[in-house]
Design a protein around this ligand. Sequence first.
Ligand SMILES: N[C@@H](CCC(=O)N[C@@H](CS)C(=O)NCC(=O)O)C(=O)O
Length: 211
Amino acid sequence: MLTLYDFELAPNPRRARIFLAEKNIDYKKVAINLRELEQFSDTFKAVNPRCTVPALVSEEGSCFADNASIAAYLEARFPEPPLLGRTPEDKGDVAYWQARIESDGLGAVAEAFRNSNPAMAKRGLPGTRPVEQIPALAERGLQRTAAFFDDLNEHLANREFIAANQFSIADITALVTVDFARVLKLQPTEENHPHLCAWRERMKQRPSAKA
Ligand SMILES: N[C@@H](CCC(=O)N[C@@H](CS)C(=O)NCC(=O)O)C(=O)O
């Protein structure tokens, strides 16, 4: 059986859990408690030397140590339903929006969170090397997150899904990003972001949102 190294409260493992749930794949979870710095244990280092979750390990022992590789592997092995697009055009569109949401959305939230939260002191970036927090980056991250909400709201004005007229990994990344922005006390509002709020409501109805 597939094994997912996971932490319930962190956004990146949630992306992998939703992806697995949408494809209805059975797997076993191993919890790595980031609050207790378990990602730096020798046991987990042996699985993923970069010390981040999620990591997915196959029955053959191959390790996929980020969301991009997990998605590529699972989509190739379990093609239905496609979450990276079906046609060449759809695949291109999904890839565009996935990259954009990762950098403009999740990247912005992570920038604000990691550069301001006391629990992230000396951990401005994930990984094994100490990285000092930079308060100006926290401020910039907040501004970028607010701009991301505005842009996504505009994009969703006449769309049911973010890319290719179908549910995809881009919706997963965006949902996880918007939900995680709670840690910054930044959330879209009905008044300022009605299309984003309506899309979020639709996404929350999917059983996978609880994964
Ligand atoms: N690019 C990776 C990012 C993984 C990542 O940053 N995970 C965070 C949890 S959301 C982590 O493991 N942090 C460990 C740490 O901060 O030391 C992916 O897409 O999965």
